[in-house]
Design a protein around this ligand. Structure first.
Ligand code: HEM
Length: 141
């Protein structure tokens, strides 16, 4: 299960369903010498953070093994952070793990058509990345 969580982390890093967080300043904010006036929309671009080479080596490579070394990263925030952190993050992780377990143990699958990942604005594949799935014998629970 530990490696499954690494696969989930890496999937959320590269293909997160929430690429940006939106906030509005309620008062003037001094951030590292920059004055951000009250009422400004501030966007945290999570997808860009997740592809920052100073935070993730070879950021465009799907590499679940990188998570064996990373214990905590402030540059990985698919579920947001702070007071508005996703309340469903743990159930989401469990749901993905259950789905992956059933897919891997009970089905064989093959790629029907390859495609390039595009961000517009959510990450998806140009072809939709269709796969063909076959059950492989008796179902594991
Ligand atoms: C992979 C799946 C999910 C991702 C990537 C995700 C991502 C996020 C993010 C980034 C936020 C913060 C939005 C912000 O700061 O503006 C958020 C908030 C929230 N999420 Fe999720 N979420 C996921 C699944 C779920 C699930 C399964 C539930 C419910 C069972 C859920 C319920 C919520 C709620 C209620 C908030 C608002 C929290 C607040 O504003 O106090 N999410 N989610």
């Amino acid at each position: 299960m530990e490696f499954c969580q690494s696969v989930i982390n890496e999937t959320l890093r590269l293909g997160n369903i929430v690429p940006r967080l939106w906030r509005k300043t309620l008062s003037d904010v001094n951030y590292k010498g920059y004055i951000i006036p009250q009422g400004t929309t501030v966007i945290t671009h999570i997808a860009a953070m997740h592809l920052d080479p100073s935070a993730f080596e070879n950021p465009n490579i799907f590499d679940p093994w990188r998570w064996q070394a990373i214990k905590k990263s402030n540059n990985w925030m698919p579920f947001g952070g702070g007071a508005r952190h996703c309340i469903g993050s743990e159930i989401a992780r469990i749901e993905i793990a259950v789905f992956l377990r059933h897919l891997i143990l009970n089905y064989d699958y093959e790629l029907v058509e390859s495609g390039q990942p595009v961000a517009s604005p959510l990450v998806k594949f140009s072809t939709g990345l269709p796969i063909r799935i076959h059950p492989i014998g008796k179902m594991n629970p």
